[in-house]
Design a protein around this ligand. Structure first.
Ligand code: SF4
Ligand code: SF4
Length: 439
């Protein structure tokens, strides 16, 4: 084991006593709301962690089951009066599971391949997305679906297949190593994290982010050696690989020499802001990780803090904003995206009843816990249906995919699902103020 890795049992034992068992977090927890069991609540899971640490509960069985059913959405952190760092606890509990649980050989091999070979390498990741694209573009997907092959394969794989986004449209990736000049005189030199899924599926959101930043006097650098942020690895308890990837990103952005590191995906932003904690015991990287994390801002935080925002054109749309859990609960950013949207002339911002409740995406939760994820999604879809906006805005790749899937399935495809930065970018397209050519 890497010497910089904190023993999870030591770390968790230090943290769990903070819980005073008041239960104030229960009604904030989507899995407790859905299943109604103490063991599927934050308090119940903390009891399970203590029992596992005390040696009275084995890792396999109910410990693994209830810890895996947690979304890691961190709504419990926002509700907790005692400041229990629940996200840290659950990730450390998952590290225990990862290290001690006996998994079948094939499952283990597949997990290793995906987490250790594919996600840390932008090239391999693109290759696998290209294969999926080919599956859809050649019509193979239609054949598989229409010939009802799906009835012959395990339900788990069928569920997975249903979640595949439409990859047939041409994706405009942002190429690593590119520098985009500011429009007019540059006031800021910022770095953009391209991430993994974001660049492969939502390259258009990166393009919109860059255009909006250029409009606001920013030179945008896309560091060439950056990799995926490792949030998925941390959530799965694969800490050693997460630490290695964090080090690569720290080096990549140090070399880029930027004032600010901009992130447009909530899950990635939360992870980058926690690199200091992830590498706290690494003598070479702990202080560099803190400096790095302090430079990280969500795109909405950055734009809202600018002394002036380049004037936006009008958009006659009604927008409901849904808070990504890792922006609201992990980064405590809730108002900035709303405030920016409100600055668009003609845009009507409408509020969902529970914008702070998870949509059930939670990284790969909708893959590993499909049924529960879809039950949680149904509540979100009902909330959106009642609100009836023309656009649903949210700032995270997983949430964009999950909510789009939910709306399509519920025959509500007329509601567009967009990232807030895409709406801002559209407002700039309608602006009468002609931008200067970047030079
Ligand atoms: S992280 Fe979310 S799902 Fe997990 S215990 Fe907390 S509120 Fe419940
Ligand atoms: S609100 Fe905090 S202190 Fe109270 S039970 Fe939940 S985690 Fe424990």
């Amino acid at each position: 084991m890497d010497s910089s890795l904190q023993t999870p049992i030591e770390a968790t034992a230090k943290l769990t006593p903070q819980c005073i068992h008041c239960g104030l977090c229960l009604q904030a927890c989507p899995t407790y709301i859905e299943l109604g069991k103490e063991a599927d609540s934050p308090r119940g899971r903390i009891y399970l962690m203590k029992a596992q640490q005390n040696g009275t509960l084995p890792v396999s069985g109910s410990f693994e089951q209830h810890i895996s059913a947690c979304l890691d959405c961190r709504a419990c952190e926002s509700a907790c009066p005692s400041g229990v760092p629940y996200g840290e606890l659950v990730e450390e509990a998952r590290q225990v599971i990862e290290e001690q649980l006996h998994r079948p050989f094939l499952v283990k091999a597949l997990r290793r391949y995906i987490f250790e070979r594919v996600f840390p390498s932008p090239k391999r990741l693109r290759f696998h997305f290209d294969l999926l694209r080919l599956y859809q573009c050649t019509g193979l997907q239609q054949v598989v679906r229409s010939l009802r092959f799906l009835k012959l394969i395990p339900k788990r794989l069928v569920d997975l297949e249903r979640l595949l986004p439409d990859l047939r449209k041409r994706v405009h990736h942002v190429e690593l190593g590119t520098v985009f000049k500011a429009i007019g005189n540059p006031n800021h030199r910022v770095g953009l994290l391209t991430g993994c899924v974001m660049n492969e599926i939502f390259g258009t959101i990166h393009q919109a982010t860059i255009r909006v930043l250029q409009r606001n006097s920013c030179e945008v650098v896309v560091p060439p050696t950056q990799v995926c942020c490792a949030a998925l690895h941390s959530h799965a308890g694969i800490t050693r690989v997460a630490q290695e990837m964090a080090k690569k990103n720290i080096q990549a952005f140090e070399q880029a020499d930027v004032d600010t590191i901009i992130v447009n995906a909530a899950g990635c932003g939360a992870k980058l802001k926690e690199y200091g904690s992830l590498l706290r015991n690494d003598p070479e990287f702990s202080s560099r990780a803190h400096v790095f994390s302090q430079k990280v801002l969500d795109i909405s935080e950055f734009l809202e803090a600018l002394p002036t925002l380049s004037p936006l054109g009008p958009l006659e749309v009604s927008v409901a904003y849904d808070d990504p859990c890792h922006l609201l609960h992990a980064q405590k950013v809730g108002q900035a995206p709303r405030n920016l949207l409100k600055r668009i002339p003609g845009l009507k911002l409408v509020e969902l009843k529970t914008p702070d409740q998870c949509c059930g995406s939670a990284g790969i939760y909708n893959i590993t816990q499909y049924d529960l994820s879809m039950r949680i999604l149904e509540r979100k879809v009902q909330d959106i249906r009642d609100c009836d906006p023309s656009i649903l805005a949210t700032g995270n790749a997983g949430c964009l995919l999950q909510i789009s899937h939910g709306l399509q399935t519920a025959d509500l495809g007329k509601i567009q699902v967009l990232h807030p930065i895409e709406i801002l970018d559209q407002a700039y397209q309608t602006s009468t103020e002609v931008p200067l050519d970047p030079s």
